[in-house]
Design a protein around this ligand. Structure first.
Ligand code: NAP
Ligand code: MG
Length: 491
């Protein structure tokens, strides 16, 4: 079962690996087999968080004297180090988060690509020269780092999300305190270790574990913080936003939050393809993606045929430990998440939706020690039901019927969230109308709602995002830099 012995990991503060000041720890367990406790992490308190913040503040000058291309070279080196360990890391990742090995490998690969992409941005951290009516003035802008940035991340993409925040933060010259989600600290730590070993100076990147409501709050409220980049639930994001609004310092804020992502299927779609798009979007990562497909909105003439093809495919899905490469879907990340998913199944039933497939916790020798449930499909869902409105962070999909394209678009937009959306159609015209009118930060055509590329901007609208700054792509540096305008009088 265990490939490595259980290890006690530490916080990284001022370049030193340190226990929490109380010596308390919490465990890191395999959600596919909870007998497998493979790591322990510091249960830090606010005092530890303050030590990390102080270290980061005191390191600002040192980091800013290193040029952006030199900082970029450090990121390149970290990418090379992770590349060499890719397979081991992917296995560790699956053990910690539960997603299947193919998905863990893909995410580690993406984390590496993110480091390389932002390493390159070190050569492109440009301002601009602006024309001026005064011939005696050279007018230009420069990008300066914000200073100290807090980075707080969720458990579902425990490498990619930390990487897409830490890499631009560092290359732009900021110092960082990073708090990973308590369910998945280990893979985040591996990213930090690689950056430290690649040459990020002591104190520039600090890593601290512990509960969001204690150390997370210090990382929000401490007066030394200049920027906060958070990805997680709307509920926590809202608390952070309220807290920042009340602070005198008003740190720059970036919040990326939940989703209730629709997939529209029109009568002219290739239904076999639409089913693959659905299954990947809804059940990939056990449905635990912010961009996961959660509502299918299908045009009535093809609803019956599509549903029957979808159920055939869903029935054939192989569920189990992600380390077995034949499995297509792993467990929920924790008992709490599994319970929430199963509670939503009950809510859907009570609301009158028709449970077409799944809905149960899985039992048997390969399941009894993990948090496994069946992929679940509800039919006869209507827009007023909670299962059609609230984010269910698990493999639970609801099907709504639409009279026509216009009705489908209206249903798709009838959500408080606006992260990702997709349409399956062979009509170029409808694809364009959908792309233009759907309220979502990411729009796909004939592709799953999940899956994004590092070089393209990412972020939601409505309750999915603070809509302040985009992440990823070259625009990601906008959040991590401040633009200074210089009027240089020369004559
Ligand atoms: P979460 O419960 O909101 O936690 C996110 C992070 O915030 C964790 O590190 C958590 O620490 C910390 N935290 C909790 N309470 C806090 C507080 N009061 N102050 C400061 N930090 C606090 O979210 P999750 O369950 O980890 O992740 C799932 C959610 O993330 C879903 O809603 C999903 O849609 C969203 N998500 C969004 C995106 C996107 O890009 N839009 C991407 C991925 C996920 P602990 O772990 O210690 O509680
Ligand atoms: Mg949580």
């Amino acid at each position: 079962m265990s490939e490595v012995k259980s290890v006690h990991f530490k916080n990284l503060i001022e370049g030193e690996w340190r226990e929490s000041s109380t010596g308390e720890v919490f465990e890191d367990r395999n959600p596919a087999d909870t007998r497998d406790i493979f790591a322990w992490f510091p249960q830090s308190n606010r005092e530890d968080a303050r030590a990390a913040i102080d270290a980061a503040k005191d390191s600002e000058m040192k980091w800013q004297t290193i040029t952006p291309p030199q900082r970029g070279r450090i990121l390149f080196r970290a990418a090379e180090m992770l590349e060499g360990e890719k397979e081991n890391l992917a296995r560790l990742f699956t053990r910690e988060e539960g997603k299947i090995l193919a998905e863990s490998r893909a995410e580690i690969g993406r984390g590496i690509d993110i480091l390389r992409f932002f390493a390159g941005e070190g050569h492109r951290l440009n301002g601009e020269v602006i024309s001026s009516e005064d011939p005696g003035i050279v007018l230009y802008t420069e990008r300066e780092p914000l200073g100290l940035v807090s980075i707080i991340t969720p458990w579902n993409f425990p490498v990619a999300i930390p990487a897409w925040k830490i890499a631009p933060a560092l290359v732009c010259g900021n110092t960082v305190v990073f708090k990973p989600a308590s369910a998945t600290p280990l893979v985040g730590l591996k990213l930090v270790e690689a950056l430290k070993n690649a040459g990020v100076p002591d104190g520039v990147l600090n890593f601290i574990t512990g509960s969001g409501s204690t150390i997370g709050m210090e990382l929000i409220q401490n007066k030394k913080i200049n920027g906060i980049s958070f990805t997680g639930s709307y509920h926590v994001g809202q608390k952070i936003s309220e807290s920042c609004a009340q602070s005198e310092e008003m740190p720059r804020l970036q919040l990326e939050m939940g989703g209730k992502n629709p997939l529209v299927i029109l009568s002219d779609a290739d239904l076999a393809k639409a089913v693959e798009v659905t299954v990947r979007g809804a059940f990939g990562g056990t449905g635990q993606a912010c961009t996961a497909t959660s509502r299918v909105i299908v045009e009535e003439p093809v609803a019956e045929k599509y549903t029957s093809l979808l159920l055939d495919r869903t029935r054939r899905m192989k569920i189990g430990n992600g380390l077995d490469e034949t499995n297509e879907m792993g467990p929920a990340v924790s008992e709490v998440e599994l319970k929430k998913d199963l509670d939503y199944v009950e809510i859907g039933r009570r609301e009158g939706a028709q449970l077409l497939y799944g809905g149960k916790r899985l039992h048997g020798p390969q399941y009894d020690h993990g948090y496994f449930m069946e992929p679940t499909v509800f039919g006869s869902v209507n827009r007023t039901m909670r299962i059609a409105k609230e984010e269910i962070f698990g493999p639970v999909l609801g099907i709504l019927a639409a009279k026509n394209f216009e009705h489908a678009l209206e249903l798709a937009n009838d959500a408080e969230y606006g992260l990702a959306a997709s349409i399956c159609t062979n009509s170029l015209e409808r694809a364009h109308v959908f792309a233009r009118n759907i309220q979502a930060g990411v729009v796909k055509v004939n592709r799953p709602t999940t899956g994004i590329l590092v070089q393209a901007p990412f972020g939601g609208m409505k309750k999915s995002s603070s809509m302040t700054f985009k992440e990823q792509g070259k625009v990601a540096v906008d959040f991590y830099t401040f633009t200074k305008t210089v009027y240089m009088g020369i004559t």
